[in-house]
Each structure stands twice: as C-alpha cells, then as structure tokens.
Write a protein that binds this ligand. Structure first.
Ligand SMILES: *Cc1c(COP(=O)(O)O)cnc(C)c1O
Length: 379
C-alpha cells in the first residue's frame, strides 16, 4: 500500500481546499497580516468552544507555556512539577526561565501524571504544576485540582496534544481539557489535532488579570503602545493562521470523532493479541487520540518498526528518551531520578498512523500487518 503517513495533512487539505484557499486569499488581499480581524474572531470562537473567558493567541505552543510561567511571576529556583514522560517543550521552558523542573512518574495505563507522585513531590519551593494531556488523554484532573487547591498552587495545563478532549468530574460535570487549570496552553503546529499551516499557539484562562498579563507579555510587555511595563517577548499568531484555524475549529469535533473511530478500529483489531496493549480509556477522559500509542510485550520493538516500514507502514516512538535523561536537563538531577514507569514506557511504547482521513482499507492493512509481525516476532 502506497503513501501511508502518520498524519495526512495533504488529504485533509484536499477536503477543505475551497474554504481554506478563499480564507487565505482574503487575508492576502486585505494585507492585514498581523493582528487582522481573523485573529480576534478566532480567539473568541475558541473561547466559546472551550468554555473559557479568555483566549490569548501566540506564536507556538512552547511560547504559550513560557508566557504562562512568566505571567505567574515565578522566581529563579522555584520548583515546577511536571511529568518526565512528555514532549521536551513542557520542561524546556521551565529550565529556560531558570526555574527547577521536578519530575514525577506517570501511570502505566493512562501515560499521564500520577497524582500521588505529585503530592509527594510538593515542597515549600513548589510554585506550579504542569499536567500534560498526553496523546489526547486527559489527566485525572479532579484529584489534581483538589491537591492544587490544598497547597494553593497554580496549574498550567499542557493541552498541546488534547484540544477537543473532555474531562468528566466525579459529579458528572464536564469540561474541556485546557479549560480546568489556572492557565491552559496549546499548540497549533500543523500535525496537532487543531493545526494551522505553520506555527501557532494559544493560552486560555478565566482570570481577567492573568489574561491581561499574558497578552501584555506576548506583546513586549506593553498595554499601551511604546510604554513597556515588564519584560515580555514577541509572540503572535499570524492572521493567515487564524483564518485557517477558524475553518478547522468548526470541524474539530468531527476530526476528533474520526480519530476516535480509527482508534476503535485498532482496539478491536488488537483485542486478542496478548503482546499488544491498546490505549486505556478511563471513564473520565474523552480521549481525542492525537497519537494511537500502544505498548508492546515480548517483541523487539526496533524489529517491529523495521518490518512495518518494509510494508510501507510508518510508526513512531514518542518519545525515545524521557526528559529527565536528556543532556539538556542534566543539571536538574537527571540520573538521580527514579521514575520506573517512565523508564519502562520509553522501552515499549509505539505509535501507529492516526489522523482524520484514514480509510477502513488502510486501517485493515496496518492492523493486519501489525498483528502478523508481532505474532511472528513473539514466537
Ligand atoms: C507540540 C507540543 C508542544 C509545543 O508546541 P509547539 O507549537 O511545537 O511549540 C508542547 N507540549 C506538548 C506536549 C506538545 O506536544
């Protein structure tokens, strides 16, 4: 089978081409490339979608996390609790701001932050917690929010992989991921669940004062032009990207459903394979499958990857090295950490193609080959 990809942005574009082309050409014709009307419209449409008061757009998801930390006014040396099992951006910004990342382990079934581990990691120096809704799975937010309240700690949700996802509280109320913490952050990198055609990001909050501060930091620390109140940065969402995002936001729920249907197909196809552990679906999380990540047992993962590639099937390891073992972060006690679940998962996880345009024929081809390869290697 030809042309299989982890994410097929080209095919998605073909299906929305007319709308997208028109929107982009309209921006070009207006020449309002920076802070054009689409940026404001998109921000308010996204706020409505998420059920938050404020959406502050910025240049990318990494900036969103950085600006969020800056807005909380943390001091060098303050501790920020994060999982090690995440994309590096979550942790990099903590180190960049001379804050101290404190790594906690994840749960083996959900791949997200273990809440008991967070409790144990809290010290007098802890000033923030960054839960990551990894692969599209919501962190178990109810106990985390209680903990944060008990210790009066702000929560920055890294929602770069889970936009469109939902968390259900024990009393049945539901909230969108990214809309539960003090500040939510997301990325509009093209391959994310809500992706633009370049770089983009945003922060969300219900706090009016914080919203003002986030916007100010993203705009050179100014509220009034040329009067700079604080050190900020230059982080904007381009109008062209906002115009694309307005179109794709309207399709986000449909896109999430398409990803979930593909995940359902894989789950069924692998249900009877003892050497493939399919993603866990806790009742509290409406998983939006940014990645379809499974755990392999009793097989050489590299061989599985190679044999799939021979059949034209791409696969990825997210992520081969956990944050606490990255050279970048060696000053933060990397080797001293004991994160057994993180270390274990880094040896056995594997992600298969998942996107909004996968056909049943493709899903069958991928899962049939996957089953065959794993069965053959585990003998
Ligand atoms: C993609 C991603 C980011 C960073 O987003 P960029 O827009 O690439 O800067 C941060 N955290 C997580 C978990 C991500 O997946």
């Amino acid at each position: 089978m030809q042309g299989l990809q982890m994410v097929d942005l080209k095919r998605q574009y073909q299906n929305i081409k007319a709308e997208v082309d028109e929107a982009i050409l309209n921006v070009v014709a207006s020449s309002a490339f920076i802070n054009g009307p689409d940026v404001k419209h998109f921000s308010s449409e996204l706020a409505t979608y998420l059920g938050v008061k404020h959406v502050i757009p910025c240049a990318n998801g990494t900036d969103a996390l950085q600006i969020a930390l800056m807005a909380l006014g943390l001091e060098p040396g303050d501790e920020v609790i994060t999982p090690s099992f995440t994309y590096i951006a979550t942790v990099e910004v903590v180190a960049l701001l001379r804050l101290k990342p404190v790594f906690v382990d994840v749960d083996a079934d959900t791949f997200t932050m273990n809440i008991d581990a967070v409790r144990k990691a809290i010290t007098a120096k802890t000033k923030a917690i960054i839960p990551v809704h990894l692969y599209g799975q919501s962190v178990d937010m109810a106990p985390l929010l209680e903990l944060a309240k008990e210790f009066n700690l702000p929560i920055i949700e890294d929602n770069a992989q889970a936009i469109g996802g939902t968390y259900t509280f024990p009393d049945g109320t539901q909230k969108k991921t990214g809309a539960m913490g003090t500040i939510g952050c997301t990325s509009f990198f093209p391959s994310k669940n809500l992706g633009c055609y370049g770089d983009g990001g945003a922060m969300f909050t219900n706090d009016d004062a914080l919203a003002e501060k986030l916007a100010m930091i993203a705009n050179h620390g100014q509220k009034v032009r040329y009067y700079h109140e604080m050190v900020g940065c230059n982080s904007r969402l381009d109008t062209i990207q906002a115009a694309v995002l307005r179109i794709k936001l309207r399709k986000l729920d449909e896109y999430c459903s398409a990803r979930r249907e593909a995940a359902d197909y894989y789950d069924n196809a692998f249900a009877n394979n003892p050497n493939i552990i399919t993603p866990f679906r806790p009742a509290y999380s409406y998983h939006v499958f940014h990645q379809y990540t499974l755990q392999l047992k009793n097989v050489d993962r590299d061989k599985v990857v190679d044999l799939l590639a021979e059949k034209g099937i791409p696969s990825m390891i997210y992520y081969p090295v956990p944050s606490h073992k990255q050279n970048m972060l060696k000053d933060f006690g990397g080797a001293d950490y004991n994160l057994p679940v993180t270390d274990y998962l880094n040896t056995c996880v594997m992600s298969l193609p998942i996107h909004t345009e996968l056909t049943e024929e493709e899903l069958k081809y991928i899962s049939d080959n996957m089953n065959e390869i794993v069965n053959q290697l585990s003998k």
